[in-house]
Design a protein around this ligand. Structure first.
Ligand code: ATP
Ligand code: MG
Length: 434
């Protein structure tokens, strides 16, 4: 093994073998201080010519920032050590991989680079522990969300990302060449996660990339994002809402109890409270609130300003950073949603807003074949392009679900200004590398 332990586990009084990158070097002539970084944290290393011998001392003197090294030494207590009051006296050091110098961007955070430049150098930027932390956090977040679902009998499925039709309608799809045919990158796993329910499996989820040809440059849209999708047999939308709130509550509670997360949030001065119950309003009620707050409203959908103002209102009036808006007009929602029996212009749908931004969309689906076909026709779309429909003729149970954008949720939780910061390799109209 390269290392005997991770930096965060080092205790005074033991011999250790550490592996990591050289983060900083301070050369005082006869004494050299090196800050070593691994995924778990930072630690000070000390090279003293007397103690480590000429050969090792020379190697330490010749280090370049971001060299990848393996160090052996003795951990000792020192009140003045910059990290965790412990430092390592170097006995042996091996440079395993040298780094070019200078670095393309400063990863200590002392010299700020533009987000664009940082994303150009994404994996170098992640040498900055605060940037890396976003992705460790994200991994924990998704892990806890999955944990809740599995405990509730959900089965993970893996649906195709190459499809014969644009799932969500609209224009924001990527056509691709599939041998000699035109195909599309999936905008969501929607039609698959629904169709599979005809089999008898009654609770599924899917986590994977989906594709949206979003031509506009906003801080909340990516052309490729991780969609956390849930679909279940449900008597009504209420069942779906219960699971959605359950998933989020569980993940928030687990994250708030995680020692690593606690420390990270404290450093960023962020709290993650979860309301006793997420407040709910209909789209119509939401618009009344917005009019009262002097915001402009649209007939069929919430505007970005509306989402922000609504969240401000519920944070202030109901002490909840979440608000659920339900019963959206059919006009702006996808065809697969069930419509109210007595008001066919309204759907059994919802959007969950968090800290001013939509993070999920969901609803009760139209599981009845004839009605589903009617919805497609009412949208002015061609029924023939929807292959999945044939599965709806063989005993499709009533069902519903939701889709959640992982980068958006991460960004909102960590108060990142741009959703790109929460995407490992963001794709937008101008960015295809790295
Ligand atoms: P918006 O109106 O904000 O553009 P949408 O209503 O088109 O989003 P949905 O089709 O409802 O998005 O997708 C479900 C969820 O997926 C959204 O609530 C959001 O969290 C996420 N999402 C949708 N589009 C994007 C995108 N382009 N980039 C990142 N996340 C997205
Ligand atoms: Mg939506």
């Amino acid at each position: 093994m390269l290392r005997s332990k991770y930096i965060s586990e080092v205790k005074a009084g033991e011999k250790v073998k550490l592996a990591g990158h050289v983060y900083e070097i301070r050369d005082l002539g006869k004494l050299v201080f090196v800050i070593l970084r691994d995924v778990s944290g930072l630690i000070q290393l000390v090279a003293n010519k007397k103690d480590c011998g000429d050969e090792v001392f020379k190697k330490v003197k010749n280090l370049t920032k971001e060299d990848f090294v393996v160090v052996e030494g003795e951990a000792v207590a020192n009140e003045k050590a910059p990290y965790r009051k412990v430092e390592v006296l170097i006995k042996k050091l091996e440079v395993i991989a040298e780094s070019d110098s200078p670095q393309p961007i400063d990863v200590s955070g002392k010299i700020e680079s533009t987000l664009d430049k940082r994303l150009d150098w994404r994996f170098i930027d992640m040498k900055n522990p605060d940037v890396l932390a976003i992705f460790i956090f994200q991994s924990k977040l998704v892990g806890f969300m999955e944990e809740f679902l599995r405990r509730n009998r959900f089965v993970r499925i893996f649906t195709s990302r190459i499809t014969n039709a644009a799932t969500e309608g609209g224009a924001d799809y990527f056509p691709i060449m599939y041998f000699n045919k035109e195909a599309f990158l999936a905008q969501s796993p929607q039609l698959y996660k629904e169709s599979v329910l005809v089999s008898g499996i009654d609770r599924v989820y899917d986590v994977g990339m989906v594709y949206r040809a979003e031509p506009h440059h906003t801080t909340r849209h990516l052309c490729e994002y991780v969609s956390f999708d849930v679909e279940m047999v449900s008597e009504s939308m209420r069942d779906v809402l219960e699971i959605q709130e359950g998933v989020l509550r569980y993940a928030f509670e687990k994250l708030n109890k995680d020692e690593w997360v606690k420390e990270m949030l404290e450093k960023r001065n962020i709290q993650l409270p979860f309301p006793k119950k997420i407040p709910e309003v209909s789209f119509e009620e939401a618009n009344e609130i917005l009019k009262g707050a002097g915001a402009e409203v649209e007939e069929h959908d919430l505007t970005p300003e509306g989402e922000r103002k609504l969240c401000e209102y519920f944070t202030k009036e109901h002490d909840s950073e979440f608000v659920l808006v339900h019963s959206f007009p059919f006009a702006k929602k996808p065809f697969y949603l069930m419509r109210y029996k007595d008001r066919p212009e309204i759907t059994h749908s919802f959007d969950l807003l968090y800290r001013g931004l939509e993070i999920t969309s969901g609803g009760q689906r139209e599981h009845r074949y004839e009605e589903r076909v009617k919805n497609i026709r009412d949208k002015g779309m061609a029924v023939e392009q929807f292959d999945h429909l044939r599965f709806f003729k063989y005993g499709m149970p009533p069902h519903g679900g939701f889709g959640l954008g992982i980068e958006r949720l991460t960004a909102q939780m960590l108060k990142l200004k741009n959703v790109r910061e929460a995407s490992l390799t963001p794709r937008d109209p101008d960015r295809l590398v790295p």
